[in-house]
Design a protein around this ligand. Structure first.
Ligand SMILES: [NH3+][C@H]1C[C@H](O)[C@@H](O)[C@@H]1CO
Length: 625
């Protein structure tokens, strides 16, 4: 294959092109990126007296434990507490243990911040210590600290403690334990426990370090949040609501998320926005748009309060504290300056409810555009179907398909009319090798981890997105994260457990694109539509001398030779970063580095040839002479 490259750029490449779609799915947030180690820490949204209410909690040494609706709760947002009754005649350390999110990683090089609220429902003369410890599941102490508690305390008060383990655990089957001396035979109510390891950039209430660092490696330019289906709620009342996710953790009620587990909302709108700044990402923020996933659409005449909530949400992000209560709330939480915000998405995947989106879109966008004329709003129905008023400036397009679909549709946007509309390829992934059952189970073709076949297919598609980045301003693989022990969707970019993570072959593909961006697109001989070999050429003008970056995807199993003919001289040697492996090669938690990008130097020059291995993603970097 001969590839002739033009000297004149066709268009600038948007800085926002490669980034992340995030939602709390498969414990991506709670139990994942959000660093809180305790599951069910505050008994949010559970029914007192039930077994489920005690999820992740166990009695220690004979304590009688139950979640109760507390007559004197720690807050109105957290009405439940854990009542621990120590039978008279007990002896030794008696209390409760939390098993975390399928385990707790304990590293002796870390100091852990523990806290809980307690009160004695009946005043007592007890004066003693609670022992707060990290233990292996068979009771070996890893670290512990004592905190004084008093029977005179009948209103909730918070105790905090730092635990520095004296040894690291061999695995993650560990527990957080709070006990008192059983001889006292007391009853104690506990509320909102918490256990944090060190966090990314040491932010309070922050992110798990290894996951945050892996995400940063991909060089993302944007962060779409809070969903995805998890924005929507199965019902109107359980939708994501920005104002329930801000302020003190004792003021956040949590909600039943759309993926079947309770969201603490400890990772809330302000934490998301600060996270965007920590990774130099622009937010693409969604507002709830009147449709709940269970099928309810709010009637047009009833949209007012929800539109106001969206206006408040946006004002929390960019408003003037002197003009808006929501912006004043932001300032009261320490952030006077507005955040950067340009794109607001109206709903999620409203093609499932396009019959009501026609009026929901019109009402939301007309109101929001009037309040925030500088913002651009994204529609989430199929492009121009139904026709929407006002005509959307931007659409969020999603596709989950087979690896070959992605190669076959690398030219999808070449055929789009250039009418000023911009496109966000907001979710895409090759998820199954079975075209007749894309969303099926692993024994019917569904991928559990990405493979070199799926990742090279995605790369072919991404090469098309980059060629069409005059109208495609952003694109994200989805979903981003999953906890191996609490997954609702595969494959994912990063799979993790309580103590480790794996960078999938698609993670490496995203990194190869995110870390090798050009500023402008150089047209070249077009790949064959429906073929198996794809390439694209960009120029990086932000460095001197400029760099020419050539991305190549080979979605077939055989090596392909490309002969490049450049319109100007480049250095005689260049670098090649190559991700390649067998068709079904995957990185897994058991073998996290089975397939990793390899960098080597290549012979280059104005005319040179390059052999792209079978099932490969290649990035060639040349220096203009
Ligand atoms: N159903 C998919 C599409 C939706 O937007 C996401 O929440 C889901 C997984 O990424």
């Amino acid at each position: 294959t001969t590839v002739t490259v033009e000297a004149e750029a066709s268009h600038p490449i948007p800085t926002t092109l490669w980034g992340f779609m995030y939602e709390d799915i498969s414990q991506s947030g709670d139990g994942g990126l959000y660093a809180e180690l305790l599951q069910n820490r505050a008994f949010q949204q559970v029914t007192p007296g039930t077994t489920d209410a005690l999820n992740a909690w166990e009695a220690v040494n004979g304590a009688q434990i139950a979640v109760v609706s507390d007559p004197n709760p720690v807050s109105n947002a957290l009405p439940n507490s854990l009542q621990v009754q120590i039978p008279s005649g007990s002896s030794g350390a008696v209390g409760v243990a939390n098993t975390g999110y399928f385990g707790i990683n304990v590293d002796s090089s870390s100091t852990y911040s523990a806290s809980f609220f307690y009160r004695f429902p009946t005043s007592s003369s007890f004066e003693g210590n609670a022992v707060v410890s990290l233990q292996t599941s068979n009771g070996d102490a890893l670290g512990s600290v004592e905190v004084p508690i008093s029977g005179s305390q009948t209103d909730f008060t918070q105790v905090t403690a730092k635990i520095t383990p004296t040894s690291s655990a061999s695995g993650t089957d560990n527990r957080f334990v709070v006990t008192v001396d059983g001889a006292a035979g007391e009853t104690v109510n506990f509320a909102m426990f918490s256990l944090f390891p060190p966090t990314f950039k040491d932010r309070a209430n922050g992110m798990r370090v290894d996951l945050a660092e892996a995400l940063a490696e991909m060089g993302p330019a944007f962060w779409r949040f809070p969903g995805g289906n998890n924005l929507e709620g199965q019902t109107v009342d359980t939708r994501w609501q920005w104002n329930n996710t801000v302020g003190s953790l004792t003021e956040r009620p949590g909600r039943l998320g759309d993926w079947g587990y309770i969201n603490t909302d400890g990772l809330g709108i302000l934490e998301y926005l600060e996270w965007c700044e920590d990774l130099d990402m622009v937010p693409i923020m969604a507002v709830w748009a009147g449709f709940a996933l269970g099928g309810t659409s709010v009637a047009e005449d009833d949209l007012g309060p929800y539109i106001q909530q969206a206006i408040d949400q946006i004002n929390f992000v960019i408003g003037d504290p002197a003009e808006s209560d929501a912006a004043a709330l932001r300032a009261s939480l320490g952030r006077t300056e507005p955040f950067a915000l340009e794109h607001v998405e109206i709903g999620n995947e409203d093609f499932v409810a396009s019959n009501t989106y026609t009026y929901r879109w019109t009402n939301f966008v007309n109101a929001l555009k009037a309040e925030f004329p500088q913002l651009r709003f994204l529609a989430t129905t199929n492009v121009n179907s139904p026709v929407l008023d006002p005509k959307p400036e931007e659409y969020d397009v999603h596709v989950y398909q087979t690896p070959s679909w992605f190669a076959d549709n690398s030219f999808m946007y070449d055929d789009f009319e250039r009418d000023g509309t911009l496109y966000f390829e907001g979710e895409y992934a090759a998820i199954s090798t079975n075209p007749n059952d894309i969303f099926g189970s692993p024994d019917d073709g569904r991928l559990v981890f990405p493979t070199m076949e799926s990742s090279s297919g995605e790369a072919a598609f991404m090469i098309g997105l980059e060629r069409n980045s005059d109208i495609v301003f952003a694109a994200a693989y989805a979903p981003l994260l999953n906890h191996i022990d609490g997954t609702q969707w595969t494959p994912n970019l990063i799979t993790f457990d309580s103590g480790s993570l794996v960078r999938s072959t698609s993670f490496h593909t995203q990194t190869l694109f995110g870390q090798n961006r050009g500023d402008e697109y150089l047209p070249s001989t077009l790949p064959t539509r429906g073929g198996t070999l794809y390439w694209g050429v960009v120029r990086k003008t932000s460095v001197t001398p400029n760099e020419i970056i050539i991305k190549i995807a080979n979605t077939a199993g055989t090596t392909e030779t490309l002969n490049f003919e450049l319109p100007f001289a480049v250095s005689s040697t260049g670098s090649a970063q190559v991700l390649t492996g067998a068709q079904t090669a995957s990185n897994t938690l058991d073998d996290p580095d089975a397939v990793t990008p390899q960098t080597s130097s290549i012979t280059a020059g104005q005319n040179f040839s390059y052999d792209a291995p079978g099932f490969s993603v290649n990035v060639l970097t040349l220096t203009v002479a």
